[in-house]
Design a protein around this ligand. Sequence first.
Ligand SMILES: [Zn+2]
Length: 392
Amino acid sequence: MPPLLVKDLSALWTGDRVLRDVSVHMAGGQVVEVGSVDVPSGAVVIDGSGRIGVPGLVDAHTHLVHAGTRLGDFARRLSGASYTEILEGGGGIHTTVAATRAASEASLAGLARARLRAMLERGVTTVEIKSGYGLDVATEVKMLRAARAAAWPIDVSTTFLGAHAVPPGRDRTEYVAEVCGPMLEACAPLCEAIDVYCDRGAFTLDEAASILGAGKARGLALRVHAEQVAHTGVAALAARMGALSCDHLEQLDDEGVAAMAEHGTIAMLLPGAMLYLRDAPPPVAKLRAAGVPMAVATDFNPGSSPVADLWTCATLSCLTMGLSPEEALAGITVHAARALGRPGKGWIGPGSAADLAIFAPPPGEIADPRVLVQHMGGHRAEMVFIAGRRAC
Ligand SMILES: [Zn+2]
């Protein structure tokens, strides 16, 4: 593969700052140099003038593999039912579980591929995908296999979420034992991380501790759906156990903030779910003051966050949670990559991955990556490179 030079980008988000009028030299799947670069011999040259460059975006929390619709839940929530009421009444996640159990692996992979394709066209090059709509061994395995089958050319990180909900009619103690035993055994070879939905109506703090402990013993990274509907204390617990991220955090308390700061846990903010469930925002000012890195993800799922556009979530993180445009950009790039254990991604500089997305500014706008946050969603990349190859 010849070296590649994206020449004279008007603006580049590096992961922590905006550079003006720079060229990016990529070779061997990595960025070699950023700045005023002479054309390397044999290089393919792309004109970046008037364009905005960003590292390939990272969506670090999705439930992208699923079948069926949750339109009924949407209408019920709008007429006043809460998420927990719908879940405990057998709707919510359970509706999607029934549809996902009934779907073939090939049809799940086909749906996932279509959804990933749409993300790629918006500049997303790395996506986390959770299981959790199976709640039995066979369907959890089927979901993870479908996620992996759909991945290329996107870098997909899979997470085992057998502890998404207790299936109706199952004894919860027996179900937790199944998650920690046969389900984990079957799913661990197909994933990088384990996740638990610890909340009112879902799993308790003690159950979360045993499930995360079992995953950790199996060599998996830890992440957790934490402090969303009710405060449970799971963010502090997961941080102390070495979790890569704690996600949602609307009900996070000071102890949780302190534990996350101490252990370097990423705060994964999910403004789509916050908006759809009409929750109060997480304590962003406290997270910022404590130096907790904040990532932003879609939480793309058919019920509480039917939002597949990461740019829209970046904008919502500013409008509904109070992030600055720079924090939102870091949230969908460098901090999100760290939350997936991919320190070479989400930034552009010598030695980084050659994952680069190039955008034209909206008509009449200036070439600045912050305008892609200011203007809400729908931004389509002109070109996307993954490991230095044109992917879109
Ligand atoms: Zn989620």
